[in-house]
Design a protein around this ligand. Structure first.
Ligand code: V47
Length: 368
């Protein structure tokens, strides 16, 4: 069965209602999302997503001059997919002092630095005072940069340790200079998989609640999905719908970042990780399903530079950033550089046929 829709021949019958809904402005439902995530008709899906991306972002693709700082690798959660975490007594475990962290950031070769992305493990000794001092020290070192810091998982951890609410914790962090929150720690919103892969981590409800609290305090946040391990297409689709529902309620998500699973050195190292088809289907599906998310990032570190360029034609509009020293994906075998220069990011975007646009943490255009 085939159907002609505005001269575009769609081979997969499952995509026909998707195309019809997109052209009439109707929302996609769970069944549509699953059809997109399962389709073998990648080009039809990609065309729909690209059209949507171009309607919002035109010929532009964005990037940011940023620095990724991981202040500690010690984490009590011990998630099966993570190669970055260490135990408290591990010889290569570390916790940076705020001064040491600030010194590293001040030595970043990126000028001007627009953002510092700050995340770490759930270290049993990390207090709210430490987090406040960390933000203040980094802000002193790089006053021009916005601070995108602490996942919902870390906010939950510190709040529990202090015996305060996550709302109060976020207020205090904001006072200390927190500008935005990253989208990590969401993993996949599936209780089935949480029990197997990351039982010590907060569940979907709590992750979404903390992001809603951040939105209430005018702290914009991002959202991620870790895919390509044991999850089903249905679980991927449900994750997207939960994010879309939350965004309808609280409106503070800026970007969705699909994170392709990097298996090496993890307890799931026997798994192959996602295929390029999986990645492109997910990027395109996210663009179509997350109709209330302005940005879909193609995170070059985990996707690889080549696939990230292709993803810019399948719904993604942003390549993330210069990063400088990426650790989480590289400990798990990512073969990309640990950072890129602005010139390299611009060249990747130009070579993909799009116009590079530098942005800040709030996705506002900056630079010439
Ligand atoms: O929270 C851990 C995931 C996240 C692996 O918000 C893994 O702007 C793949 O969240 N394979 C960190 N993923 C990365 C992240 C991120 C990156 C760039 C931008 C933003 C943003 C957020 O990576 C972790 C976890 O969910 N992760 N181990 C792994 N083996």
């Amino acid at each position: 069965m085939a159907c002609d829709l505005s001269e575009e021949r769609i081979g997969d019958p499952g995509l026909i209602p998707v195309a019809e809904k997109i052209s009439s402005g109707e929302r996609l439902d769970l069944g549509d999302a699953i059809n997109c995530l399962k389709t073998r008709d990648l080009l039809s899906l990609g065309k729909l997503a690209d059209k949507k991306r171009r309607a919002i972002h035109g010929e532009k693709a964005t990037f940011i001059r940023n620095y990724h700082l991981n202040y500690t690798n010690i984490c009590k959660n011990g998630c099966m997919f993570c190669a970055f975490h260490r135990g408290l007594d591990s010889p290569d475990g570390y916790l940076m002092s705020p001064e040491e962290a600030a010194q590293r950031v001040s030595q970043s070769p990126i000028e001007p630095l627009r953002e510092v992305h700050i995340v770490g493990g759930c270290h049993p000794g990390v207090s709210l005072e430490y987090c406040v001092e960390l933000l203040r020290a980094i802000k002193r070192a790089r006053p021009e940069a916005h601070l995108k810091a602490f996942t919902a998982v870390e906010v939950d951890h510190v709040s529990r340790k202090e015996g305060i609410s996550t709302g109060e914790c976020l207020r205090r962090l904001k006072e200390a200079g927190l500008d935005a929150m990253p989208g990590g720690g969401a993993e996949v919103f599936s209780e089935r998989l949480r029990e197997v892969l990351f039982p010590a981590k907060i569940d979907a409800k709590r992750w979404l609640q903390i992001h809603a609290q951040a939105h209430e305090l005018q702290i914009p946040t991002n959202a991620t999905l870790l895919y390509g391990h044991l999850e089903t297409e249905e679980e991927r689709a449900l994750h997207l719908l939960k994010l879309r529902d939350q965004q309808d309620r609280s409106r503070g998500f800026q970007a969705f970042i699909p994170l392709p699973f990097q298996p090496r050195n993890t307890r799931l190292s026997h798994l192959p990780g996602p295929t390029a088809m999986d990645t492109l289907r997910l990027v395109a599906t996210a663009r179509l399903v997350l109709d209330n998310f302005p940005s879909i990032k193609a995170y070059w570190v985990m996707m690889g530079k080549g696939l990230a360029q292709v993803a810019l034609h399948f719904g993604a509009d942003d390549l993330e950033g210069t990063i400088v020293q990426e650790k989480i994906a590289h400990e798990a075998g990512a073969e990309t550089e640990s950072g890129l220069t602005v010139e390299e990011l611009e060249a990747l975007i130009r070579e993909a046929g799009l116009e590079p646009q530098e942005r800040d943490t709030f996705h506002r255009p900056v630079g010439p």
